[in-house]
Design a protein around this ligand. Structure first.
Ligand SMILES: NC(=O)c1ccc[n+]([C@@H]2O[C@H](COP(=O)([O-])OP(=O)(O)OC[C@H]3O[C@@H](n4cnc5c(N)ncnc54)[C@H](OP(=O)(O)O)[C@@H]3O)[C@@H](O)[C@H]2O)c1
Length: 334
């Protein structure tokens, strides 16, 4: 697997990471044993960046990753770059959230994450969402103290504006910005990707497969009752029908290329920008293996341009989140 750097001063990771969120929440029922097998295969295949957050399954996702690390011992831990996040506070069973970036909250969240993950330090610690009540300089000072204390190795920010990134980076080097970026969510192209390149910050692309919509393998009308996508504007009604036409075109394009739509979606991200690290989420071995293979799919410059055009943002219907999901998001809504 090719390697990419998490910022000028951060650790080196595999060019494609693994998003662990769906192993605990949002995309229907999951099974810990199957998730643990997928995690083990990821390490075997050379995936080293593992993405979680304290809010995923309200601690379940970090605890699952912690179990995986503990079962593999120090040699497994050495092969992993563990990224987690703080800042979204939710009650059990609730999607609605409040955002907290206060120093006391960050410190207690960090201790909780260290305990659940069972690690001495977190390799990449992201502010998941911004709380405007706390100036970004104060937020980053608290994170910088955690770096000095050895509790975290590097600092990340999720869904922030370019202005916030620049102010944060002036206080302490930011290793990575993580925001939604995929063929159908192109907001980072409006300045953030360029700012990251200029500052030497990695850009971690979340939901790179459009939460499975871009894979062509899902039926948005057959989602389980607890699945968050049932309330995502892009997955319902007329918007879903319109978006499905784009995915059909992508599937046809991928077939001509001898690849799957997911592989094309991931290769597009990797090859457009040398500092982008996609973190596709999956609970399944077969999807994982197919996604990892996307690192070897070569797209020419004209092919990248064709894909850019196919998913012209004006053709994509629906917002990328339901209203409650926009809490603390500073970057463009899409
Ligand atoms: N910073 C943030 O605010 C934020 C927000 C959302 C997500 N994230 C992170 O980003 C990661 C990835 O995003 P995501 O999970 O939302 O979306 P995603 O990676 O775009 O899509 C995940 C979905 O696609 C399916 N899938 C994966 N590979 C596939 C393949 N080759 N063929 C067919 N289906 C495939 C998965 O199915 P199965 O699960 O059934 O295998 C899952 O339903 C998350 O796990 C999380 O760590 C961060």
């Amino acid at each position: 697997m090719q390697q990419r750097k998490l910022g000028a001063s951060g650790p080196v990771t595999s060019a494609i990471g693994l998003g662990c969120m769906g192993m605990s929440e949002f995309y229907g029922e999951s099974d810990d044993s199957a998730s643990l097998r997928t995690l083990a295969r990821a390490v075997e295949l050379g995936v080293s960046l593992f993405d979680t957050a304290d809010t995923y399954g309200l601690g379940h996702n970090e605890a699952l990753l912690g179990r995986f690390i503990a079962e593999g011992g120090p040699s497994r831990r050495q092969k992993m770059v563990v990224a987690t996040k703080f800042g979204i506070v939710r009650a059990q069973g609730q999607y609605e959230r409040r955002i907290d970036n206060s120093p006391a909250y960050i410190r207690s969240a960090c201790e909780d994450s260290l305990r659940r993950l069972g690690v001495d330090s977190i390799d990449l610690y992201y502010c998941h969402r911004r709380d405007p009540a706390v100036p970004v300089e104060e937020l980053v000072s608290t994170l910088s103290e955690l770096v000095r204390e050895g509790k975290i190795v590097s600092i990340g920010l999720s869904e922030v504006s370019v202005d916030t990134l620049r102010r944060a980076h002036a206080v302490h080097p930011v290793a990575a910005v993580q925001s939604e970026y995929s063929l159908w969510s192109r907001e980072p192209e409006q300045g953030m990707l360029q700012a990251c390149a200029e500052l030497g910050v990695a850009f971690v692309a979340y939901s790179p497969l459009g939460r499975a919509f871009l894979t062509g393998a899902m039926d948005a009308t057959q989602l389980e009752p607890g699945d968050f996508r049932r309330h995502n504007p892009r997955f319902v009604g007329e918007a879903a029908v319109q978006n499905q036409c784009l995915v059909q075109e992508l599937s046809d394009w991928a077939q001509r290329k001898g690849a799957s739509p997911s592989q094309v979606a991931l290769a597009w991200l990797l090859q457009k920008h040398g500092h982008v690290i996609p973190i596709p989420g999956t609970r399944r071995l077969s999807y994982l293996e197919s996604n990892v293979a996307a690192a070897d799919l070569v797209l020419s410059a004209p092919e990248l341009a064709q894909l850019d055009q196919l998913f012209d943002p004006a053709q994509v219907a629906g917002a990328r989140y339901p209203e409650a999901g926009f809490a603390g998001i500073e970057s463009q809504r899409g």
